[in-house]
Design a protein around this ligand. Structure first.
Ligand code: XMP
Length: 516
């Protein structure tokens, strides 16, 4: 049986939480995929979903250009769950009525279940109340023929509905968010009871089917992979290696912008603890030369990206015939989300962009279907150690975008020492794994200080630590004052050239995680 024999299809109407729906379902070991609401009926049929979820979204069903899926969806005989906008659309398309609510509901609300079957099987009915999370300006005023109300909230007399004969259910609230305490029970009832899925999508089955796919696709050809030591490239290398062994060559480029001791530890890990064939290129001076005198962030990024591609290409060229490039594209990069506001790219992130076309390489992207936390789970299942799996993300341009302005050896030296202290303190206090990323940034402006009896005029280190799920948004971490104090004291005492430490308390947006 293929791992995708059973899947839940999510049609995205633009909600901020559509990805969360997919994650919640996958947590139950059922595969789920997100597509734009415009997906054609034939394509929907071809996917053979066991169930369909209509996501929430910011529109109103009575808007002239409201996003609407093909109403023939309801004739396929496939179970359908409508969430928020999806619930309103279901009513609208099947003969009910949706109107602007007099009192909008945003945030926590109390749900009273009136019928504990179907979606609510096993849950307590009135007088019990359940905490849910609402976010809607419209509400269902008249239900479509054949439906009955199964739950209500203060401002939504039709907070949940089900069809009396067909497998259609709808909720006005968001079961996918953690604030809806019964959300998981409800999604489980949908996927296991209403859609009849089995919990077969495990990392073990994922590995088996992917290893077989990679083997069949690659045959006796050669594959290269850019290994950075980060989670994604390590996991890609591990799964491709499991499939084709020594036909895979990994290339590690030291661009001189790594954290202290990073290159050595990445290389010794892969060489001593795995069977991967890793070529390393020590290119510190090449990169520093390319970056000399450059202060503009985009120009720095471009030069680092270009240098990486050039070196990678040269090394790959030495290997003879190579047909494939394995890379760690993740599911969030693949989902064609419905975007209601056009977003221009903020920074030019680079991986190995441009390489595949220039070198005529075909891509192998074994992580295309996975979210970051699933990649970690996969890595553990492949036998990578926790220290490799739970590393915080580190950007391709490395410390180059954590030194404001020009990059010099002296500045790199200062930043590396400060960064070691941040990591050391984060790890020993147990905070390293609680936050998304934590690091030091060097501000090579000078400020006045006093040390001993003398005046100092030295640089500033900014500490950045953020909490995030996927780096799209982030909050600054509320680290204990005592920990921040220790980091500050140690940096000022131990790092020559720094006399001031500040903590960055900006969230993303409007700031970004990295400073450049
Ligand atoms: P920003 O600064 O855009 O960062 O909020 C979001 C996440 O992406 C990482 N980042 C990069 N990763 N190449 C990468 O591989 C890049 O050029 C790059 N720039 C930022 C950043 O560390 C954070 O996790």
């Amino acid at each position: 049986m293929s791992v995708h024999d059973e899947k839940i299809l999510i049609l995205d109407f633009g909600s901020q939480t559509t990805q969360l729906i997919a994650r919640r379902i996958r947590e139950q070991k059922v595969y789920s995929e997100i597509h734009p609401y415009t997906l054609a009926l034939d394509e929907i049929k071809a996917l053979k979903p066991s169930g369909i979820i209509l996501s929430g979204g910011p529109a109103s069903v009575y808007d002239e250009d409201a996003p609407i899926s093909d109403p023939a969806l309801f004739d396929l005989g496939i179970p359908i769950l409508g969430i928020c906008y999806g619930a309103q659309l279901m009513m609208h398309q099947l003969g009910g009525r949706v109107e602007q609510a007099k009192s909008r509901e945003f945030g926590k609300a109390q749900l009273c279940i009136t019928s504990n079957d179907s979606l609510f099987a096993g849950l307590e009915t009135a007088p019990a109340n359940h905490q849910i999370w609402m976010s809607h300006g419209d509400r269902i005023e008249a239900i479509a023929p054949g439906f009955l109300v199964t739950a209500e909230s203060d401002n939504s007399p039709c907070a949940a509905l089900r069809h009396e004969e067909k497998p259609f259910v709808a909720v006005q609230f968001h079961p996918e968010v953690a604030h809806t305490l019964i959300g998981t029970d409800l999604l489980k009832n949908f996927i296991f009871t209403i859609c009849n899925c089995k919990p077969t999508w495990t990392m073990h089955s994922f590995i088996e089917s992917n290893v077989a796919d990679i083997k069949a696709r690659v045959g006796s050809d050669n594959v290269i992979c850019a290994l950075s030591g980060g989670v994604d490239s390590s996991v890609v290398a591990a799964i491709v290696h499991r499939a084709i062994g020594d036909q895979l060559t990994c290339i590690y480029v030291n661009n001189g912008l790594m954290r202290s001791g990073e290159s050595e530890s990445v290389l010794s890990f892969f060489r001593e603890k795995t069977d991967l064939h890793v070529i390393d290129v020590q290119a510190e001076s090449y990169f520093l030369d390319q970056l000399a005198g450059i202060a503009d962030p985009e120009e720095k990024r471009k030069r680092i990206g270009y240098g990486f591609i050039k070196i990678f290409e040269e090394e790959a060229g030495k290997l003879g015939e190579v047909k494939y490039l394995a890379q760690g594209t993740l599911y969030p990069d693949v989902i064609e989300s419905v975007v209601f506001r056009g977003n221009a790219p903020i920074k030019s992130h680079h991986n190995v962009g441009g390489l595949p076309e220039r070198m005529k390489l075909d891509l192998i992207e074994p992580l295309r279907e996975l979210f970051k936390d699933e990649v970690r789970e996969l890595g553990l299942e492949l036998g990578l150690p926790e220290e490799a799996i739970y590393r915080q993300p580190f950007p391709g341009p490395g410390l180059g975008i954590r030194i404001m302005g020009e990059i010099t050896e002296e500045r790199l030296h200062i930043l590396r020492q400060a960064d070691v202290i941040v990591l050391d303190e984060m790890k020993s206090s147990g905070w390293y794994r609680k936050v998304w990323q934590s690091f030091a940034v060097l501000l090579p402006i000078q400020t006045v200080g006093v040390m001993g009896d003398g005046r100092t005029y030295e640089h500033v280190i900014a500490i950045r630590s953020v909490d995030s799920r996927d780096a799209m948004t982030a909050d600054w971490s509320q680290l204990p004052y005592e920990l921040l104090g220790r980091i500050s004291t140690r940096i000022i005492n131990e790092v020559r050239g720094v006399n001031r430490v500040v903590y960055d308390i900006s969230s993303k947006p409007p700031s970004t995680i990295e400073w450049e």
